[in-house]
Design a protein around this ligand. Structure first.
Ligand SMILES: [Zn+2]
Length: 310
């Protein structure tokens, strides 16, 4: 029971406190990919520990990690064993009901999102097959004078650009724009946006999941810009974005386009820092965001138990 409570408190604290902390990170010079990792770690932590709390309550005897936790908090374990069995059973029953309701809602919403995404991809493939042409560079080019580029997720994903883009940008700027769109496909950004949208719909009152879609969309744009800046240069991405910033062409629904959050992106290109070991630091930040709150609660339980015992 102690372990279930620790996990549940950890999940709730991530869900409530994480958005406040993470929003502040977005306004700093920290690398966007690192902030994005913190968001994804927090989202994973809230889901994983919320589900784990119910699983632990349902475990027939003691869950595998429970004895370790109880060793840390022996005093609480006495209270736990003294608790009337009906309290644990009622908690487990409520947990199962809540989990079943969430699983059903997630299935319905997830299937609807998947269908919509498939429809968008099929539509783009059909239309592009007729009106666009390939020049052997992996990009589908549209004969349109307004500069624009966007990517459609899936396997394989598609990068679409207009002739207007090729006409109004230099070779380097065009390469920067295409690198940005390819970064969306390589980073599975469309999938991240979909998962966040599904969680926001399944948990409309949980602050972390409500805030995630907007924050993650902004961060993936900044991350793709950073990738493009590595392929070309920050100055090239900056001038490319400035050149296409007054493009009047609307971005197709269900795609990630060039015109999102332009002023923030120009600011981030000037200020965003670089991490020396990006993969390592992103993994570390995601791990801390995921496990940190539960570990903190566990420490709190141990400290309180130590005080009570003393
Ligand atoms: Zn983009």
């Amino acid at each position: 029971m102690i372990l279930a409570m620790v996990l549940l408190i950890g999940a709730v604290s991530i869900a409530l406190a994480a958005p406040l902390l993470l929003r502040r990170l977005t306004d700093t010079s920290m690398a966007p990919a690192t902030v994005l990792s913190a968001w994804l770690g927090s989202i994973g932590g809230a889901v994983f520990f919320g589900v784990s709390a119910v699983v632990v309550l349902l475990w027939p005897d003691h869950a595998p990690a429970e004895s370790a936790v109880e060793t840390l908090a022996r005093c609480w374990s006495v209270i736990s064993h003294a608790a009337a069995p009906w309290i644990i059973e009622a908690g487990a029953g409520l947990g199962v009901l809540a989990l079943a309701a969430v699983a059903m809602r997630a299935t319905v919403v997830g299937r609807r999102h998947t269908r919509e995404q498939s429809r968008v991809r099929a539509y783009h493939r059909e239309v592009l097959a007729i009106v666009a042409r390939s020049r052997g560079d992996g990009v589908m080019w549209l004969d349109h004078p307004v500069p624009m580029a966007y990517s459609v997720g899936g396997r394989p994903g598609i990068v679409v650009a207009t002739d207007g883009l090729a006409a109004c940008l230099s070779v380097g700027e065009r390469e920067a724009v295409l690198a940005h769109e390819r970064a969306h496909l390589r980073g599975q950004h469309h999938r991240m946006v979909s998962v966040c949208a599904i969680l926001a719909e399944v948990f409309p009152r949980v602050p972390l999941f409500v805030a995630a879609p907007t924050a993650v969309k902004i961060l993936i744009e900044l991350t793709a810009d950073q990738y493009a800046a590595r392929v070309t240069s920050a100055a090239t991405v900056h001038s490319a974005l400035t050149a296409v910033s007054d493009s009047s062409l609307p971005r197709p629904a269900g795609t990630l386009g060039l015109s999102n959050d332009m002023s923030l992106r120009l600011w981030a290109l000037r200020t965003a820092g670089r991490t020396r070991w990006p993969r390592l630091s992103n993994t570390a930040v995601a791990t801390v965001s995921m496990f940190g709150p539960v570990f903190t609660v566990m420490l709190g339980v141990s400290a309180t138990a130590a005080v009570v015992c003393a």
